[in-house]
Design a binder for this molecule. Structure first.
Ligand code: ADP
Ligand code: MG
Length: 299
């Protein structure tokens, strides 16, 4: 089940929340949708799930236009909205039963609910009121309701916001498991999450798509390197700029410097230090990571 977004824009009154965004997600991919607050992530997800209409452009799910066949498309999509709205007064199982009735699951209803309770690890909580659950368990209820009708596509809007570190690991693992069988798009502003769960990342900023990259490409095929160096004394930037093949050098304080180059210039830095009688206390090279790329594209 693929998602195709073509030249989609969305206006709220005068404000343009999405500006001519296009991308395609192929079946079975887990894609991270990354961007600062207000970038337009939730707006895009509400459009893909048919909750609000776009102002212009086309969205297709497996070739089916979502505006023309809204109900058909919704049967194929599971959606965990931002802030995970739940009926707090309902009991976990009662709530899932209610959702199952909306999706008209019929005979398979009982089985599916039991399966989802099992998958999301809600066994001990199933007879509790949602209001009494911790945030991590509420998140599991949200994911269980999104999966109940066995959709092919799962749209998760910031599924891990507000979780503690242990809950975070558990929910990420659950998303990875689900991603083996389904097309998943998840929004987040946490870079490590994308690196942990996704094969691909789409970055939006101010309503525009600014990057569309494979995670493998990011980690293996980086052109630029950072080299951080600590000297035994402060060195003037003018002097450091004489180093060959250097693109940029920044002073970080406490005799520490960051060198940026598209070559590995550790030898050049070493030779410079020897020639000028500086002592290098520490030298580390580091590829640019997703976080660096995110800052470059969105700040
Ligand atoms: P994100 O999920 O990336 O934080 P949103 O899609 O929620 O971003 O919002 C994108 C922009 O659209 C923001 O500037 C937000 O204030 C605005 N916006 C979102 N929903 C509405 C709305 N219902 N009415 C007016 N403006 C909205
Ligand atoms: Mg949002």
């Amino acid at each position: 089940m693929s998602i195709k977004v073509q030249e989609v824009s969305k206006r709220y009154g005068k404000q343009k929340a999405l500006d001519n965004v296009s991308f395609e997600i192929h079946e079975g991919q887990v894609v991270g949708f990354l961007g600062p607050n207000g970038a337009g992530k939730s707006t895009m997800m509400k459009i893909i799930t048919g909750y609000i209409p776009q102002s212009s452009g086309i969205v297709e799910l497996n070739g089916i236009n979502i505006e023309e066949n809204s109900l058909e498309v919704r049967k194929q999509i599971g959606y965990l909205p931002e802030h995970n709205p739940l009926y707090l007064e309902m009991y976990v199982k009662e709530y899932l039963d209610y959702v199952a009735s909306i999706y008209k699951l019929g005979k398979i209803r009982k089985n599916r609910i039991a399966e989802m309770i099992d998958l999301t690890g809600l066994g001990l909580e199933q007879n509790k009121k949602i209001a009494s659950l911790s945030k991590g368990y509420r998140q599991r209820v949200g994911i269980a309701q999104a999966l109940l009708h066995d959709p092919k596509v799962l749209i998760l809007d910031e599924p891990t916001t507000g979780l503690d570190p242990n809950q975070l690991i558990e929910i990420r693992k659950l998303i990875q498991d689900i991603g083996k069988e389904k097309t998943v798009m998840l929004s987040t502003h946490i870079m490590q999450e994308v690196e942990a769960c996704c094969q691909r990342v789409l970055i939006v900023n101010k309503g525009k798509l600014v990057a569309d990259k494979n995670i493998e490409f990011l980690s293996s095929n980086i052109e630029s390197k950072f080299i951080s160096v600590e000297f035994d004394t402060e060195v003037s930037l003018a002097q450091l700029e004489q180093i060959k093949c250097l693109d940029e050098v920044t002073y970080l304080g406490e005799n520490k410097y960051n060198f940026l180059s598209n070559k590995d210039i550790r030898k050049e830095i070493f030779n410079f230090a020897v020639a000028n009688q500086f002592v290098i206390l520490e030298m580390k090279s580091q590829n640019k990571n997703l976080e660096d790329i995110f800052h470059e594209l969105t700040s």
